[in-house]
Ligand binder design. Structure first.
Ligand SMILES: [Zn+2]
Length: 389
């Protein structure tokens, strides 16, 4: 008898033949657009060249950033807006901000999937650091319908409705409180490598909405969203996003130790597993249905940042992405929460993988707007290099 675990294991990417592999990082032929030149992939070749997004641990640069945030907050109620998930990155950057004397407004978007640990962490941080928190709860019938429609669309973008709602909520809080900057836990140390073909759509409302029109039923007019015009406005005139962890010597394990010691923070295991949905999506569905093992991207980022060796990373990748107890401990909860039957769950697993390109989308325009974000920095660098000639 084939058990559910057998069915998932048959799809295990670790058992697929690897035809191509980067010599420096751990990306391989599971990245469709991998371009090897002398055995080195494009992500390794361009590492460190993303203007404004590299690691810079010069204390003077950090002080500049903090001073600029404080200056921008003068005469305002808050210096910055910060999203908090209860995960390591967002928790740590919040703790540091308070340590540096910044006055953040903290926002948490609750999509209904928080683990007990992440709820505990959010409460502990807010209480210990004494910071104001706004929690935006996404209405469950609406949000779960949106999430299910993305799963039925069979694209690797099952987290996109959450990501879109978070940014939409942040944009509206920025406006409501006239906040001058967003401080994010995004960081180059663990997130510099992210294959373009592994996910799309967080900023593409047309894609999200059209998938929902095809596969969903609940009304979504209350869903926090933004269109191209608002995206463009945010990029051109909106508050800058400061990735403060890029200016610290950010080490994930050290950050966890500090959080545990200072605020009684609780660990929940793998990266981004502070939500039970994310754990399902990232450790079960993505690797087994789409051959996307996000650990490869995280570990590659860490290799390039010098935090782990390639051998250590390869060793870590030999472990399964999840353990079999998941079928008993979490799967029943996930099906009950999404209100789907086992047949409907297996239908989601078995549908052939698709891409956002199979649905109406605004990829070209979104890319055009997002490219502009780096334009001023690029121009400045160009000018500087011309001047020094
Ligand atoms: Zn590489």
């Amino acid at each position: 008898v084939r058990t559910p675990s057998d069915r998932i294991r048959e799809l295990d990417t670790r058992h697929r033949p690897i035809t191509r592999q980067c010599r420096r990082c751990v990306l391989d032929s599971t990245v469709p657009d991998l371009e090897l030149v002398d055995g080195i992939c494009q992500y390794c070749r361009t590492w460190g060249t993303h203007v404004g997004h590299t690691i810079d641990t010069d204390p003077a640069r950090l002080k500049d950033k903090i001073d600029a945030l404080k200056a921008g907050g003068k005469g305002r109620q808050f210096d910055c807006l910060m999203g908090l998930s209860g995960g390591v990155d967002s928790s740590y950057v919040l703790m540091k901000c308070v340590e540096f004397g910044l006055r953040p407004l903290v926002i948490h978007v609750d999509n209904g999937w928080n683990t007990a640990e992440s709820n505990h962490n959010i409460a502990a941080l807010v209480e210990q650091l004494n910071v104001p928190l706004i929690t935006k709860v996404l209405e469950w019938d609406m949000f779960s319908d949106m999430q299910l429609s993305m799963l039925r669309a069979s694209t690797p973008d099952g987290e996109v409705p959450t990501d879109h709602a978070i940014y939409a909520t942040m944009l509206s809080e920025v406006r409501a409180h006239k906040i001058g900057a967003i401080v994010s836990g995004g960081n180059y140390a663990t997130e510099s490598v992210l294959p373009a073909d592994w996910g799309y759509g967080a900023s593409d409302w047309r894609y999200i909405r059209s998938v929902h029109q095809l596969f969903g039923t609940a009304p979504t007019d209350q869903f926090p969203h933004y269109g191209l015009d608002e995206l463009a406005k945010a990029r051109f005139n909106g508050p800058p996003t400061v990735r403060l962890l890029n200016f610290l010597d950010y080490d994930r394990q050290q950050a966890i130790d500090e959080l545990v010691a200072n605020v009684g923070w609780e660990d929940y295991g793998g990266k981004h597993c502070e939500s039970s949905y994310t754990r399902f999506f990232q450790t079960v569905l993505l690797p087994h249905k789409f051959a996307i093992d996000k650990r490869r991207a995280h570990l590659s980022s860490q290799i390039l940042a010098g935090a782990v060796t390639r051998d250590e990373a390869l060793h870590e990748l030999e472990a399964p992405t999840f353990d079999d107890r998941w079928f008993d401990t979490e799967l029943p909860f996930i099906m009950a929460k999404l209100r789907i039957t086992p047949d409907q769950f297996w239908d989601i697993v078995d549908r052939p993988p698709k891409s956002f390109r199979d649905y109406p989308n605004q990829e070209k325009n979104v890319q055009r707007i997002q490219a502009v974000r780096y334009f001023p920095a690029k121009v400045k660098t160009r000018l500087r290099s011309l001047r020094s000639r």
